[in-house]
Ligand binder design. Structure first.
Ligand code: NI
Length: 177
C-alpha cells in the first residue's frame, strides 16, 4: 500500500464478506453501527474550530467534512437498505461524495447538527436492523459499482465505514497534536 493509501485507509480497505454473516457477527456489526454516533461525538465534541478544520491527510477532507460526510453516507445507507427490503433487487443510486463534501451545508453547518442527525438516524436504522427477520439479510440490491450486494454485505460495509472515518479523525488529531 502506498503512503497516501495508508493515510487514506488507516484500517485497510473494506473486505467484503464472501458468505452470509453468522448471527454473532451480525449482532456485533449492528452494535458497532449503534455506537457510531457516540463514537463521533466523543471524538469531535472537545475540538476547536482550528482542529475541525484540520485535514486528516494532506489534501484530504477536514474533520468537519468527515463528520458531515458520515451523515450524508449513512442517510444513503439507510435508504438503500429500505429499498432492498421493499423492492426486488433494486438498483440503488450512488452519489458524488467529493462534490457533496463541497456543498454549502457542509461549509456552513456546525458539526453538532450532523452529530444530532446521526444520533436520530442511527436510532431509526437500528430499530430497522433489529426488527428484520434473519432471511431479510439475504435480500439484495444492485450497486452500480459493486454489483449485487446482500443486506449482510451492506451491513458489513457500513460497520467498516464508521470505524474507517473515526480513524481519520484520530489521525487528524494525532498529526495536529
Ligand atoms: Ni466514506
Amino acid at each position: 500500500m502506498s503512503e497516501v493509501d495508508k493515510l487514506r485507509y488507516p484500517l485497510g480497505t473494506f473486505q467484503r464478506p464472501t458468505a452470509p454473516l453468522d448471527a454473532a457477527t451480525r449482532t456485533a456489526f449492528v452494535k458497532t453501527i449503534e455506537d457510531t454516533p457516540a463514537t463521533f461525538r466523543a471524538l469531535v465534541a472537545p475540538l476547536s474550530d482550528a482542529q475541525l478544520d484540520t485535514p486528516y491527510r494532506p489534501g484530504g477532507w477536514t474533520v468537519r467534512q468527515v463528520v458531515h460526510h458520515v451523515a450524508d453516507s449513512h442517510m444513503n445507507a439507510f435508504i438503500r437498505i429500505k429499498l432492498a427490503l421493499t423492492e426486488d433487487a433494486p438498483t440503488i443510486k450512488t452519489y458524488e461524495e467529493q462534490l457533496w463534501a463541497e456543498l454549502p451545508d457542509v461549509k456552513r453547518t456546525p458539526v453538532d447538527v450532523s452529530l444530532r442527525l446521526l444520533e436520530a438516524l442511527h436510532e431509526r436504522w437500528i430499530a430497522l436492523l433489529r426488527g428484520m427477520a434473519e432471511s431479510d439479510f439475504q435480500k439484495v440490491l444492485v450497486h452500480p459499482d459493486l454489483g449485487r450486494m446482500t443486506i449482510d454485505e451492506v451491513l458489513a460495509l457500513y460497520e467498516w465505514h464508521g470505524r474507517h472515518h473515526a480513524a481519520h479523525i484520530q489521525q487528524a488529531l494525532s498529526v495536529a497534536a
